[in-house]
Design a protein around this ligand. Structure first.
Ligand SMILES: [Zn+2]
Length: 462
């Protein structure tokens, strides 16, 4: 089965427009660019070429690809240990291109960003309208606007994510009427503007060539709103359908951890928080279970397919036997692939064991037939965004958060999903410290916010 998969892939590559050397050259540039999406493209190119090298038995190409997979994978926090091990096992190689010198990298970085994206030039006020000016024209497609309401802290946040190039440092923009306005780099190609206030304000925006106009609280806002109504509505199609799948439930408690905490309860609470946040951002959110009931694994993806979901996110918590409980912790994201690494097999065996009857539906190995190359890549991307989202936010407040990486594995609950699908292991409930965090409501909220941010980032970039 794997052989067929490899042959298909190699055919796909051989019939492509680029010769191998061209792909390698391009991938090398992408890794140096520093942009996450470019590095990800390179990572996938290296992986495809690697499979090609295996089929063709081309050891030189294999070494170059393994080197590329390890370099790009490390930058993306993807688990590349098996590729690293294979690279080390190869005979001493001299044809791997040396690391470019530092000044060369800097130059490339500038070239790429200037070419592709607009840069922030200045910010100013025209009455109650905030003008964000860029060095070249931008389009409304580059802007993702959403609002957040924290009812406990009585905070209203109006957030603009703008696709632009790097800003060096964050800055505050002063206005007597509004509590706080801050602009900062959210990720390598997203600039985030947050308007925060303790009471509701009227916000409207408009893109005029190279300027983003944001009107706050005065007549300007209603004028812009009127203008927006006349334009074709482009925002509504940003609203997506997300299916959240809280693992286990009912008679299946999932893993039982420290102090008897149950996986089914922990993951349900996180799923509920995530549901609320995504709904507040205007997405349609559906849960595979609304309470503590048992749902068969195959029903879960079937539900997502029936609802024509854009993505499927299954939430789980991990556990190890008591003897190891104090040593093993960390957050991991899995996407479905034919990979049979020991670690993936172990994690999958645990999650799969809940409902063995479903396995017969697919046969022992035939589920590989259902895997769709495009879906694997998209799921891989989604997993990276989710992993980053969680780590990014949790690291700000908590110490010792462990990045378990993005991994691939044969998870039955993801089989048959017709959309990008990811299984999140939010942590080990067998680990005393991590378990206590997983039942702490502040930690749960932050974890959910991280997942929501990751989902948002995935939608913005794909
Ligand atoms: Zn589970």
């Amino acid at each position: 089965m794997i052989r067929l998969f490899l042959l298909l892939l190699s055919f796909f590559i051989a019939s492509g427009l680029y010769a191998n050397s061209e792909i390698l050259k391009r991938a090398q540039k992408q890794v140096q660019s520093g942009s996450a999406s470019e590095i990800f493209r390179a990572y996938n190119d290296y992986k495809s070429l690697y499979l090609h090298s295996v089929v063709e038995d081309d050891s030189e190409l294999k070494a170059q690809c393994l080197d590329g997979i390890v370099k790009s994978g490390n930058k993306l926090h993807i688990d590349v240990t098996k590729y690293e091990a294979e690279l080390k096992s190869l005979p001493k190689i001299s044809y791997i291109q040396p690391e470019p010198k530092a000044n060369k990298v800097t130059k490339r970085l500038e070239d790429i960003h200037v070419e592709v994206l607009a840069k922030l030039k200045s910010t100013s006020w025209r009455g109650e309208t905030l003008l964000i000016e860029f060095d070249k024209s931008i389009s409304s497609d580059q802007i993702n606007y959403f609002t957040l309401h924290d009812s406990k802290k009585k905070k209203f946040r109006y957030v603009f994510d703008i696709k632009t190039s790097m800003l060096t440092s964050s800055q505050n923009i002063n206005n007597n009427q509004i509590e706080k306005i801050k602009i900062a780099q959210f990720n390598p190609n997203t600039l985030r503007l947050v308007i925060e206030n303790n009471s509701l304000i009227k916000v409207a925006y408009n893109v005029d060539n190279s300027t983003l106009e944001i009107a706050l609280n005065d007549d300007g806002a209603s004028r812009i709103v009127e203008k927006k109504r006349e334009e074709k509505v482009t925002r509504s199609n940003k609203s997506k359908v997300v299916v959240i799948d809280p693992g286990h439930g009912g008679t299946d408690p999932g893993a039982i951890g420290h102090k008897g905490y149950r996986e089914k309860i922990v993951v349900f609470n996180i799923s509920k928080e995530l549901e609320n946040i995504l709904k507040s951002r205007g997405h349609t959110v559906l849960m595979t279970r609304k309470d503590d009931t048992f749902v068969k694994l195959s029903r879960r993806t079937q539900f997502a397919n029936d609802k024509k979901a854009d993505i499927f996110v299954s939430i789980h918590a991990n556990a190890v036997p008591a003897a190891k409980a104090g040593n093993v912790h960390g957050i991991e994201c899995y996407f479905l692939s034919p990979s049979r690494s020991e670690r993936a097999k172990r994690a999958a065996a645990q999650e799969n064991s809940a409902d063995m009857s479903d396995m017969n539906m697919y046969g022992k190995d035939s589920y590989l037939n259902l895997l769709n190359h495009h879906n694997i890549l998209a799921s891989n991307k989604l997993a990276i965004d989710l992993q980053r989202g969680m780590l990014g936010i949790l690291n700000k407040k908590y110490s010792g958060i462990k990045d378990g990486g993005v991994r691939e594995g044969p998870f039955w609950v993801l089989v048959g999903a017709q959309m990008p699908s990811v299984l999140v292991e939010v942590g080990f409930i067998s680990h005393p410290k991590e378990a206590e965090r997983l039942v702490n409501s502040d930690y749960v909220k932050m974890m959910a916010r991280g997942l929501a941010d990751g989902i948002e980032r995935y939608f913005v970039n794909n």
